[in-house]
Design a protein around this ligand. Structure first.
Ligand SMILES: [Zn+2]
Ligand SMILES: [Zn+2]
Length: 334
């Protein structure tokens, strides 16, 4: 089959991905094999290709927003059948035994393994996954629309939940890309009032068209105090800005894997009156199931830019240059 491998990490413009002919993977015990129908291109793939996340094994195939159809079953597989449409996400495996796993925080497991980093992902025609880490997917979406839900969607949803927005509350969203625009739709569906602060005029228009109450520049104050805020932009300078926008008792949740340095905070201005700030690390499977269940009940608008699998390297170059509208998605069939 055709699969793209990270040869030697380098800037996207230097084409670090190599198109290769590799054996079709065989499902091991407990695994299923998917014929890949669509695979989203996540910013983390860019970090892998460019070496910000150092390779954990040579020639790994990236891609952790994989939508496909089961075409082979390993031994001892429960709950999946030939022809099922399933998703493969970033969190691939945990030990299930450590203190974090036992208390329901498997996203913090020190032994966790990741699709497209520790094992081959979905920039390919076939991919394998443990059946108990694969996701059943909601009806009413195309294969391509489902792909970005599997990372941008789930991780943004966890960040939203960690902001502890009260029912009917006032939510601030800082930055408005693939992940934020999905989390905002969940908050709106649940009755929140949403204020979006972002530098991009196009993103502000999108926010208003989806139902946000206001949209303004990234450093501007929202029109009312916030019960909760989520920082999606990887910009530490926005942490004090968002904390100042919180009402008493409000929570700021930071969504990203990477954040530039946070400036010095002032206790009285930014934290007193029980305002808090928290980070978000990947997601648990429970987050994924809950988010996909909500996506099945509330049709989310998902904007994608399609690429044939043969142009995976072009998709990464475009993502690096911020030229992608919505989420880039690869299609093996062209
Ligand atoms: Zn564990
Ligand atoms: Zn991702």
């Amino acid at each position: 089959m055709i699969g793209w491998q990270v040869a030697t990490p380098a800037p996207a413009a230097a084409r670090p991905l190599r198109r290769a002919l590799v054996p079709v993977p065989e499902p091991a015990v407990g695994q299923v094999r998917l014929r890949v129908a669509a695979c989203g291109v996540c910013r983390t793939d860019l970090h892998l290709a460019e070496g910000d996340l150092p390779p954990r094994r040579p020639g790994t195939i990236p891609g952790h927003e994989v939508v496909g159809y089961v075409d082979a079953l390993g031994d001892d597989v429960d709950g999946a059948a030939i022809g099922d449409r399933l998703g493969i996400a970033w969190l691939r495996e945990t030990d299930g035994a450590c203190g974090y796993c036992r208390r329901g925080a498997e996203n913090l497991c020190p032994a966790s393994r990741y699709t497209g980093w520790d094992a081959d992902g979905g920039y390919a025609e076939y991919a394998v996954v443990r059946a108990d880490y694969a996701y059943q997917l909601p009806a009413g979406y195309s294969d391509g629309e489902l792909a970005p839900l599997l990372c941008a969607g789930i991780v943004g949803f966890r960040a939203l939940r960690r902001a502890e927005l009260p029912p009917g509350g006032r939510l601030g969203i800082y930055g408005f890309g693939a992940s934020a625009h999905l989390a905002a739709q969940v908050a709106l569906a649940e009755g929140a009032r949403v204020h979006v602060m972002t530098r991009s005029e196009a993103a502000r228009q999108l926010a208003l068209s989806l139902g946000a109450s206001s949209a303004s520049g990234a450093y501007e104050a929202p029109p009312e105090p916030l019960d909760a805020a989520v920082l999606f932009a990887p910009v530490g300078d926005l942490v004090p800005v968002a904390l100042r926008a919180l009402d008493r008792g409000g929570t700021l949740s930071i969504a990203g894997i990477h954040l530039s340095d946070v400036p010095v905070l002032n206790y009285q201005q930014h934290l007193f009156q029980e305002r808090s700030v928290r980070s978000t690390t990947a997601n648990t499977r429970a987050d994924g199931h809950e988010f996909l269940e909500i996506a099945g009940r509330h049709r989310l608008a998902v904007t994608i830019t399609p690429y044939p699998l043969d142009r995976a390297d072009d998709a990464l170059v475009d993502l690096a240059a911020d030229r992608v509208n919505g989420a880039a998605v690869l299609f093996p069939s062209g």
